[in-house]
Design a protein around this ligand. Sequence first.
Ligand code: ATP
Length: 561
Amino acid sequence: MAQRQVHYPRYVGNYELHQKLGAGYSGAIFCARHVHTNDWVALKLQPVDEACPTNRYERAFYPAIQGGEGIPTLYASGIQGPWDYLVIDLLGSSLDSLHRTKKTDVWDLRSVCCVAQQVISRLEWMHTRGVLHRDIQLGNCVLGLPPNDKTIYMIDFGFSKFFIDQRTKRHIPDSKEPRDFIGNYWFSSVRVHCRNQVPSRRDDLEAVALMLIHMLTPGGLHWTRNGVPKTDEAHERLMYEKRTARPEDLCRGLPPPFEEFLRYCRRLNFTDRPDYEQWIEEFRNLAEEHGFPGDPAFIWPPPNPEPMAQPTVRAQAAPVRKQTGELEGVLTGLANMQLGERQVLGVRDNLVNRDSNTPPKDGKKPAKPKKAAGPKQGQEVINLVSDDESAHDENAHARMTPHGGVRFSKAQRLAQLAREVEAATDNATLGRLVRQFAQVMEENRSRMLTKEGFAVLDALRKQLADPSVFITPIRTARPRGSGASAAQDGSAVVAERETRNGKLNKLWRLGQDVRKAGSNEQLARLVLEFGAVIDRSSGRTVTKDGFGFLAGLAGRLEALA
Ligand SMILES: Nc1ncnc2c1ncn2[C@@H]1O[C@H](COP(=O)(O)OP(=O)(O)OP(=O)(O)O)[C@@H](O)[C@H]1O
């Protein structure tokens, strides 16, 4: 197709334009030099009459977020003749372009953990300043130039939005009003993309979760493999695939934090502040558990992609809920895809219909939005690769210590404990295993109850609920001696705390109940309740009261042995 010939100016303000660095949907970006200082910068140019004036929008957000690590500095901006321009820090490669130079189809876990930590931290900064990004994608994560080449910068605030109302200083309200989708097809959250809900902080984080999973999935997330939808029907199908993809299917074969992070983001309420620190810590721990440094510095190319003792981490091909003939469509789509500059495309057309929290549009009435934007130029070719590596490989996370020993990860130790619980034949053994479980949880910097942790609880509950699994008969004696008086003391404290606080901390209460339990069936019910309480909590972490419960449980099991 013939390209429109655009004549760019040689000078804009005090800047001389040099080579073109990239082109977006509605403009171009150049490397430019300040004619007096000789400083090199990046200059974004866009026609002033552009239907979707993203440069003008971006200009409104830069002052709010200036000064944060990994946020480009805005040096100048304005209008010159027919051009609207922004002058910002000159940066290096985007993660999208690094991805295209890679020889393997998935990223290495270390790099992904670095991306996770840095991008979550950028969003923490932006959100603290009241701004949502709304267009998280690999092309908008760009490395700095030396000496900042280990820092990931967030760029492209053309879709951004103040979620703190600039006038009232309050969180914007939720709304059920129908709204146009603004974001990108691949990673915008299910709520925003498929259910047209008002975006908030949780949606930026969900986009990060999807991007990270995409990086570790051979061929990428399955709804990205057909390229940008060119028809409403294709867009509908993409949304269907995204909406119906279950976290456990998307994350099969990946270390648990990816699935947990996605679930966490989806559990957050509209106005909730995400626990950024917790997730930065989770991904740091994950890197360390796999034998990498926890430092978030992004080093490219990766110094040592995968330690010797560890297989490559990658998602397994997730089952895709396909309609008949869809696989054929995927393959045809792949065959038709072209190499290009950008991977993920946003729906910019809808920006002309932005709400009151977006920067002013010079009083012009917004143009009628189009339904779904047509494709932007260029798509990358992604290979469809299947992978049958087992997620339950016992040695998957083991790694050599410097002294030649083998160290097991938290996941692996918990998986082993679950197996031992299943094989236990008496209460005394179970009590010992519960103590070991608490110890593993306590030793780890992350106290989050992972999938493997829940598996231990589940095995325990099953053992306790079904006495036939024991070889020796189970005793169901009432609490004896000091146990009984402790129970009485416990009730007194409960009563006191109840009057004092009005409502008891659920885990603390369970900790009291477990010490009074007189049978394995009662213990099974309490273990079930314990798991449910942890599962419902936003961070799924085992707190002090949680450890109190486990200690009480181990004690009761030993007493009932
Ligand atoms: N400051 C920069 N320094 C170097 N390269 C940059 C810089 N900013 C952007 N780029 C390159 O140009 C590409 C497009 O930039 P950007 O996303 O800001 O433009 P855009 O017009 O808003 O694009 P789109 O409409 O596709 O979102 C980026 O993916 C990146 O490769």
